[in-house]
Design a protein around this ligand. Structure first.
Ligand SMILES: [Zn+2]
Length: 470
């Protein structure tokens, strides 16, 4: 089969991949990998900036170029013609607009599934998660993330679960799976004080031979073969811009690049190689909050993690690096206007996320408190009227909702900010946009210019020379 026939084939398959038996896709990738690849990949590093709309990628690159005179590592790979590149359809089985659980499961299990589930089909089918497949072939496997390690994106590579919300149970699954490196936030799903069943999972992980890491200074490689559980905060890790502005957090919390580096070094000596998922999960949370500083500075830290992966792959010569996102979110963008360049440059001076600003206010705060908070965070003055309006939201806060449990005025603050930074948003939720996908290293030539999310599963197996006969 030549390249043209192959692309035509996968294009047709892609149209109805959810309905097709997985073997046909698996076979087509295996066949083409056998013919096209001079060598198979030993390692895969799969990097996902969760909920990254193209505007996020664009503005992070623009911010870096205007602030530091250099581009992002992701787009420099494009500028230097070092990658294969595709658009990816991110839809799930139940919706044109996916959630993170169905999205990660499409890669993790090779099937589009309904939103909210992890590797469970519409009729209860269980699809074996990809890290379990790789582990059974002797590879070391792991995930690192800036949100709870039990959250949808890492979990989609690891477990079968009826609901993504069963994070306490997902933590227990991780104990059984004994993957080699699992690191992020999510203490509330491991500690006896926070878990509903009061089980002390940290002790259970230790008893079963894990090294349990709880602070950045514990990230030291030793020569033991112990698997690693690293949990560095109660829920998600702090936004990078807030961590950087707080010395105590800086001491406590590793960056995504530091966790990536640690995971690569922990697993790279394995003779059968390793597969690592790296997720910047709070890019998605920031998009849900229309929180520009949270969004762009976390995207930039994701970009630092890309560099760790590429530097390793370049030296190693046996690694495929995949860089992508699972869906768009809120579709932010810099909006036309005479002042838009100067306005956008003000984001360079932001010191805190909007989450930090708004969570530090309460019912008792004064107009002056609001103005001070905003000035500390984004270096500009709100009018008394605007500050009063922000405060009005605090009189009837309640505790519902997933990403904004206190119903803080994120949307209103972003609208006010737009007058100063020219950044607009279309919503506070996921979008159906096709997304960027780049591949670097061994096997990148397997990537067609348009791909279904679920097809990546078969590409990853084929590129490592693993048949999908599980
Ligand atoms: Zn997502």
């Amino acid at each position: 089969m030549n390249r043209k026939d192959f692309l035509k084939g996968t294009g047709l398959l892609a149209l109805s991949s959810a309905m097709l038996p997985s073997m046909s896709l698996a076979n087509s990738y295996t066949e083409i990998a056998d013919k096209k690849l001079k060598k198979k990949a030993k390692n895969i590093i799969f990097l996902v900036s969760d909920g990254m709309s193209i505007g996020t990628l664009t503005m992070a690159d623009t911010l870096l170029r205007r602030k530091y005179g250099r581009g992002s590592n992701w787009l420099d790979l494009y500028r230097e013609n070092k990658v294969s590149r595709a658009l990816m359809d991110t839809s799930s089985l139940s919706s044109l607009v996916t959630d993170s659980a169905a999205a990660s499961s499409s890669w993790g299990g090779g099937h589009k599934i309904p939103n909210g589930k992890l590797n469970i089909g519409a009729n209860g089918e269980k699809y074996l998660p990809i890290l379990q497949k790789f582990k059974s072939k002797g590879k070391k496997v792991g995930c690192v993330t800036t949100v709870p390690i039990t959250h949808a994106t890492p979990a989609g590579f690891c477990v079968n679960m009826d609901s993504r919300n069963n994070q306490d149970e997902i933590a227990e699954e991780y104990l059984k799976l004994r993957f080699d490196v699992m690191m992020g936030g999510g203490k509330e799903h491991f500690s006896s004080q926070d878990r509903k069943d009061k089980k002390d999972l940290f002790s259970e992980f230790k008893t079963k031979g894990f090294d349990v890491l709880r602070a950045k200074n514990e990230l030291k490689i030793n020569d033991k073969e112990n698997p690693i559980l690293g949990v560095f905060s109660t829920d998600g890790l702090p936004y990078s811009i807030d961590r950087k502005s707080d010395e105590k957090l800086n001491q406590q919390i590793p960056t995504l690049a530091e966790m990536t580096d640690f995971a690569i070094n922990k697993m790279k000596g394995n003779k059968n190689g390793f597969v690592l998922q790296v997720e910047s999960g709070r890019v998605d949370w920031a998009a849900h909050g229309n929180d520009i500083a949270g969004l762009l500075y976390d995207q930039i830290e994701f970009d630092d993690a890309i560099k760790k992966a590429i530097d390793f792959a370049e030296k190693d010569g046996e690694t495929l690096v995949i860089v992508t996102t699972d869906h768009g979110n809120a579709n932010p963008g810099l909006i036309y206007g005479n002042e838009c360049n100067d306005n956008f440059d003000t984001v360079q001076n932001y010191k805190h996320s909007n989450a930090w600003i708004l969570n530090n206010l309460n019912k008792e705060s004064s107009i002056k408190d609001v103005q001070q908070q905003i000035e500390l965070g984004c270096n500009y003055q709100l009018s008394d009227e605007q500050a009063k309006e922000i405060l009005s939201y605090y009189t009837n806060l309640n505790a519902e909702g997933l990403y904004n449990p206190r119903h803080l005025p994120f949307q209103r603050l972003a609208e006010i900010q737009k007058e100063h930074n020219s950044v607009g948003w279309i919503s506070m939720n996921h979008s159906s946009d096709f997304v960027e996908l780049a591949m670097y290293g061994v096997g990148k030539e397997l990537l067609p210019p348009f791909i279904q999310n679920a097809d990546l599963h078969y590409l990853m197996l084929a590129v490592c020379g693993i048949e999908n006969n599980f």
